[in-house]
Design a protein around this ligand. Structure first.
Ligand code: NDP
Length: 295
């Protein structure tokens, strides 16, 4: 029975972190500066707290200085904006990240717009997304999760140019920028979303599938063209009495089935997740290099 190559995001991300650490130590020795990343977390969502903790740990592992602000659930948008403004003006902070989602009484657009473009390491500002979409323009930063997906393809030697790609999901943070990036890499891209008719049939045409939906095991083996490459962004908790936490994480793709049909596939966890954080570190390093004209 055929079996796909497992794309080991965890070890590829480790390799990238090592490259970043080496670059940061070169920077430190030569100009006496290390990159700084500010993270703003509002509220008490457990998943957000975990993401922030992991980002902080990853920063420490490569000698990026992290600055964390944790605000209460009932704090005001104004307080968030004030912190952003002070980080915008702090020369030791090169990247600013606002952990999403924000509490519902805050306007996400106002908050994200407040982060200055040069420090927008999440790449969510309209200016960065606009440049990503336009020919012959270069965004300062590309959103971390889709950038991590493309980096996985590159580092596994998978050609994107000329391929048929299907992105399932069109969110601002994953699906949409993933589709733009694939198109920049000269793939022919189709986007499947919740109103798409015959998603299975369309997905089966793809040489490369990137799924960012948030539905456990939605993409079945029958959706995958034999030999296709499958990048599963989904991180979905499902009940599991056998796990000490009572749940485990699965992707959007039914791994059992798809791994018998695809030529390569990312596992969940251990696929795209670690790459997202590695790309955040990479964007923060790039911001610091740009700020200090360090090459
Ligand atoms: P959103 O909920 O913002 O977007 C989901 C997208 O999937 C929407 O575009 C929606 O379509 C589409 N969709 C929903 N249901 C279906 C369906 N039945 N068929 C086809 N399309 C559907 O999610 P995110 O993009 O933020 O995240 C997606 C997943 O990726 C989640 O599991 C999340 O946890 C994970 N994630 C993982 C990261 C990582 O580092 N690995 C980082 C960020 C997210 P429509 O637009 O029509 O509503």
């Amino acid at each position: 029975e055929a079996s796909a190559k497992v794309i080991d995001g965890k070890s590829i991300a480790k390799e990238i972190r090592e490259e970043i650490a080496a670059e940061i130590s070169r920077m430190k020795e030569s100009i006496g500066i290390v990159p700084g990343l500010a993270v703003i977390l509002v509220g008490e969502r457990k998943d957000s707290a975990t993401y922030v903790r992991n980002k902080k740990k990853a920063c420490e592992s490569v000698c990026i200085k992290s600055y964390e602000v944790h605000l209460a659930e009932d704090s005001t948008e104004r307080e968030v904006l004030e912190h952003i403004s002070s980080f915008n003006n702090d020369p030791s902070v090169h990247g600013i990240l606002v952990q999403l989602p924000l509490p519902s009484h805050m306007n996400e657009q106002n908050v994200l717009n407040a982060v200055c473009t040069e420090k927008d390491v999440d790449g969510f500002s309209p200016l960065n997304i606009g440049r990503l979409a336009m020919r012959d323009r270069e965004p300062l930063f590309v959103p971390c999760t889709p950038k991590g997906c493309i980096e996985l393809l590159h580092r596994c030697g998978i050609t994107i140019k000329g391929k048929r790609a299907v992105v399932i999901g069109r969110s601002n943070i994953v699906g949409m920028p993933a589709a733009l990036l694939l198109q920049r890499e000269d793939a022919t891209v189709t986007i499947v979303h919740s109103r798409t008719k015959n998603p299975e049939e369309i997905t089966r045409e793809a040489d490369i599938v990137i799924s960012a939906v948030g539905q456990p095991n939605m993409v079945r083996g029958s959706w995958i063209k034999p030999g296709a490459v499958v990048i599963d962004v989904g991180i979905n908790p499902v009940e599991d009495a056998k796990s000490p936490r009572g749940y485990r994480l699965v992707g959007d793709v039914c791994y059992e089935e798809a791994s018998k049909i695809a030529s390569a596939i990312t596992p969940v966890p251990g696929g795209v997740g670690p790459m997202t954080i590695a790309m955040l570190l990479s964007n923060t390093l790039a911001a610091a290099k740009r700020a200090h004209k360090f090459e």
